[in-house]
Design a protein around this ligand. Sequence first.
Ligand SMILES: Cc1ncc(COP(=O)(O)O)c(C=O)c1O
Length: 367
Amino acid sequence: MTALHPQPRSGVLDIQAYVPGKSGAPGLAKVFKLSSNETPLGPSPRAIAAYQAVAAHLEDYPDGAATELREAIGRAFGLDPDRIVCGAGSDDLLNLLARAYLADGDEAIYTTHGFLVYPIAMLGTGAKPVVAAETNYTASVDTILATLTKKTKIVFLANPNNPTGTYISFDEVKRLHRGLPSQVLLVLDAAYAEYVRRNDYESGIELVATSDNVVMTRTFSKIHGLAAVRLGWMFGPADVVAAINRIRGPFNVNAPAIAAGIAAIADHEHQERARQHNSRWLDWLAEEIEKLGLKVTPSVANFLLIHFPETKGRTAKEADAFLTARGLILRQVAVYKLPHALRMSVGTEEANRLVVAALKEFLAKTA
Ligand SMILES: Cc1ncc(COP(=O)(O)O)c(C=O)c1O
């Protein structure tokens, strides 16, 4: 007779654990990590200094309410700090939102190539992830609305989306919101908002401010270059904020992260430099890679989705091996239902030029 074992709740064993992008290549001294949408500029020097200063007081607990950080974010965006919650990365907040609003038997919607943390967060609560089909690698408001049922509790939408880099306009987000019953929570994940240069884009602030069922999440991991310290924030209706504050860890954001975040959000010049670097090299990469005969999905973020043929010798998998051997680490995205593509972060000028040269060599070799 076998003994009974502790069992996780239903859904947990259906989770495929998140696998982060590779960070190295064996045997190579110099690698360019272009697999996790990090910034090639690093953090603001002011954020590094603020982070280091906290090292003298590691014996102290952080401010559990992250008050100064919420105030700094509030100043930067003109928001009420009481409507902001900070988290250990936006991952933390996405999971907390799922935990607070989903239960066994509920449904939550995300899109075909949506960010993988969403189904993981949903399954962890016992809820059922429901996939809404995309059109041209872009979220479709019509299919999301058609996917709604009485059981739907949350719609998670990354805008722009990772790994596709595509976005939907503010008008489309508003149309989505209008189509949702008032008890369904719309989570707008704007991790890449700072990079978007489109007049018809809005990160979610306006919709959160004017409705009771919309939350926007943001991160310090991307344009602020603080992925290592794990820092994110959300802006939401007062009762959603109150719910998340009830279930979050009492000290879910650490003191060095709080200090670095306060300095980073105020360093507008650093953010502008990062934006300009990105705009320039995003366009350059898309153009140069398309000239090689590969399709690139139009991106408004700090990464690109590059599509490869299925012909032997030219596949995404083989390209990845070829690039990795040269210290160029991109991201395979088969887990995102994109087995024939690689995602590349916009890197330094050196890294960007090396990738284009290596892809040219890869395609010439197999022609
Ligand atoms: C769409 C999207 N949302 C959220 C995150 C998580 O960011 P964080 O580092 O704040 O947890 C990422 C990170 O890759 C992302 O791509």
